[in-house]
Design a protein around this ligand. Structure first.
Ligand code: SF4
Ligand code: SF4
Length: 134
């Protein structure tokens, strides 16, 4: 089976070779979809792991035990339109263009299909208009 995850590495873990150890120990394949360092110097890795369900669960638990925060890609990020002031702060934060400023209406539009659930807009939105139900 395959799991697409967003891994948030605190600054203290950014330089550690955790993924290579993990794929060796749990016999996983992987595909890195996106990697970047957030403004808070947190490492963010969007990755698809494949392997047996048991080994995937063990690998996820090991990452969590080492301080990595994990989100499933399918997590439910949404915009609460009534709260949004169209300030555009999130447009600059989103690494995949899931938040777009409509140049005609000056409204910020959320494209859920592009969202990789990195959580940067949730942290950055001054109006708390971007939320996750997880
Ligand atoms: S940062 Fe928040 S308030 Fe500003 S445009 Fe984005 S969702 Fe709307
Ligand atoms: S969580 Fe927010 S910043 Fe991250 S990809 Fe989705 S819309 Fe963009």
């Amino acid at each position: 089976m395959e799991k697409k995850l967003v891994l948030h590495f605190p600054p203290i873990l950014v330089d550690k070779p955790m993924i290579s150890t993990l794929i060796r120990d749990y016999d996983l394949d992987f595909n890195i979809l996106k990697a970047f360092v957030s403004p808070e110097e947190e490492g963010v890795l969007v990755i698809a792991f494949s392997g047996t369900e048991e080994n995937l669960d063990k690998a996820v638990n090991e990452l969590k035990s080492k301080g990595v925060t994990i989100q499933l890609i399918e997590s439910d990020i949404r915009m609460i339109r009534d709260r949004c002031t169209d300030c555009s702060v999130c447009v600059g934060l989103c690494p995949v263009g899931a938040l777009i400023l409509d140049r005609e209406t000056y409204e910020v539009i959320f494209d859920a299909k592009r969202c990789i659930a990195c959580g940067l807009c949730i942290k950055g939105c001054p109006a708390k208009a971007m939320v996750s139900s997880i």
